[in-house]
Design a protein around this ligand. Structure first.
Ligand code: SF4
Length: 241
């Protein structure tokens, strides 16, 4: 029997407390869903201490940077965990590539969204169907679009409501980096090369000082879409997040 707790009360908990609460109350129906950027690695490190059996899920679009795959393996070794990889549906992927090409995302926003749907959004929906608590590394200062992100909120995914937790939502980049240094947390080598947001090869690129953290996503659209949200669809869930 899960003790009822309000979103407001969850929002007052510290990151470690939230991770422990998720495991203690929901067990295998809770998971960290991460693309192995810094916040995901921080949460895995915390969970190793307070909830070592908490599931870790990643969406492998099959177009990630080699450095990201290396990091995944390093994290598995370091923490003795098995990361659950959700990949695109083979039939959908094959049909997309055959009909529109491997690099369809250059052809316009619609095709980029189609690619993200097949490679990221659908596998994410499949992954989220296995959880009631979805733990993400979103932070408010990652982009203007994410400023309103809450630490705890209900999100509707595929017609089902899941609890979406963002334990580090109010952390600054300095806090994240400070935690990683203090705890020797593995990090993606691409950060040293100017990346501030890391997704697929080609679609994520380094950023310049002062640019929005997600400005390196889909650079070729920048001139066309001045108010682009730089989101792929995963966090556009109608939950107010
Ligand atoms: Fe496709 Fe690029 Fe989206 Fe990755 S980020 S799923 S390659 S459009």
């Amino acid at each position: 029997m899960i003790e009822p707790i309000s979103l407001t009360d969850l929002g007052t908990k510290r990151a470690e407390e939230l991770l422990a609460w998720a495991w203690n109350t929901h067990g295998a129906r809770a998971a960290i869903v991460t693309s192995f950027q810094n916040t995901g690695c921080v949460m895995i490190d915390m969970a190793h201490r307070v909830a070592p059996k908490l599931r870790v899920i990643t969406i492998d679009t099959l177009r990630l940077h080699p450095e990201t795959y290396e990091l995944m393996e390093a994290v598995e070794t370091r923490y003795g965990i098995r990361v659950e990889r959700f990949t695109p549906d083979p039939a959908a992927l094959s049909w997309m590539v055959q009909s529109a090409g491997e690099y369809l995302f250059f052809d316009g926003r619609e095709k980029q969204e189609f690619c993200c749907r097949v490679r990221k959004v659908e596998p994410t929906e499949r992954a989220l169907a296995t959880v009631d608590v979805w733990i993400t590394g979103l932070r408010q200062d990652q982009s203007a679009f994410r400023k309103a992100t809450l630490k705890a909120a209900n999100a509707v995914k595929s017609g089902r409501t899941v609890l979406k937790l963002c334990p580090l939502v109010d952390w600054s980049e300095d806090e994240v980096n400070g935690y990683m240094a203090a705890n020797n947390v593995p990090r993606n080598a691409l950060y040293e090369r100017g990346y501030t947001s890391i997704g697929c090869v080609i679609c994520s690129t380094p950023t310049l000082p002062g640019e929005d953290k997600r400005a390196g996503r889909w650079r070729w659209f920048n001139q066309l879409h001045q108010h682009d949200s730089k989101e792929c669809g995963i966090h556009l869930d109608g939950s107010g997040i």
